[in-house]
Design a protein around this ligand. Structure first.
Ligand code: DC
Length: 233
């Protein structure tokens, strides 16, 4: 089967990364979690005192100057069978998934100089075929020529519940209403920002997975990938 580029875009917490990780494992593809990259920049900014924790104000001057010192990479973790995120050589996989990072990441992802740096790294990492990327602008900006583009969505309430279950399973104290508010706020910022807003590429296939199980989504995506890959031979 021909190797292709797969772009999965969509709202936050709608299971894009689970779908992408599982498919990558099944097909031996490289998986690039672009949300993890914006989260890593946010974590870096927080760690270096560039975000005021009360007002949320970002010191964009200092962050812009530091961009060339921010290196993000992924390393396969044989224990989980999935890639972990590294920031300047330090494993940050769990640190970037906290509510604290989630509540600051959208404003960071609106900054033009951050997007420019991340898109360049994503294009470099995904330049060979046999890659699957998930994010908001993969099919529209990063790889507009991807052979397969999927746009995933689900209701905000269902996505908040999924994130609540995920955080609770990790032992993090959280509140459903707060998570729902965060999901809605991120939807708004991601869809209304000036640069690369979350929009469906015209040639993307829409998947509303509100009422689908993970195995159902997997089967759907695998079938579609095989069809598209065979057609591209
Ligand atoms: O998918 P996620 O929740 O981990 O993404 C974190 C944030 O990063 C989210 O608010 C949107 C932003 N993001 C983006 O702007 N562009 C991408 N390609 C991926 C994520």
């Amino acid at each position: 089967m021909n190797k292709i580029t797969i772009a999965i875009d969509g709202h936050s917490s709608c299971g894009k990364s689970t779908m992408a990780k599982n498919l990558a494992k099944e097909l031996g593809y490289i998986y690039i979690d672009t949300g993890a990259m914006y989260r890593s920049v946010t974590y870096y900014a927080m760690q270096n005192g560039m975000i005021d924790s009360t007002t949320g104000h970002i010191d964009t001057k200092r962050l812009q100057a530091a961009m060339s010192d921010i290196h993000i990479s992924f390393k396969f973790n044989p224990e989980t069978g999935r890639p972990d995120t590294y920031l300047n050589g330090q494993r940050v996989e769990d640190k970037i998934r906290t509510m604290d990072v989630s509540s600051h990441v959208s404003p960071i992802a609106t900054l033009g100089f951050v997007r420019e740096a991340m898109v360049a790294q994503q294009r470099e990492m995904g330049k060979s075929k046999g890659v699957i990327l998930d994010g908001r602008d993969i099919g529209t900006v990063v790889f507009p020529d991807a052979e397969l583009k999927i746009f995933v969505t689900a209701s905000a309430e269902i996505r908040a519940q999924r994130r609540y279950d995920e955080l609770t399973a990790k032992g993090e104290q959280c509140n459903y209403d707060e998570i729902l508010k965060n999901v809605q706020e991120r939807d708004y910022i991601d869809s209304h920002r000036e640069i690369s807003p979350l929009t469906r590429a015209e040639d993307a296939i829409v998947l509303d997975n509100s009422n689908m199980t993970i195995p159902e989504q997997q089967a759907w995506l695998l079938k579609l990938t095989k069809e598209v890959a065979s057609a591209s031979e």
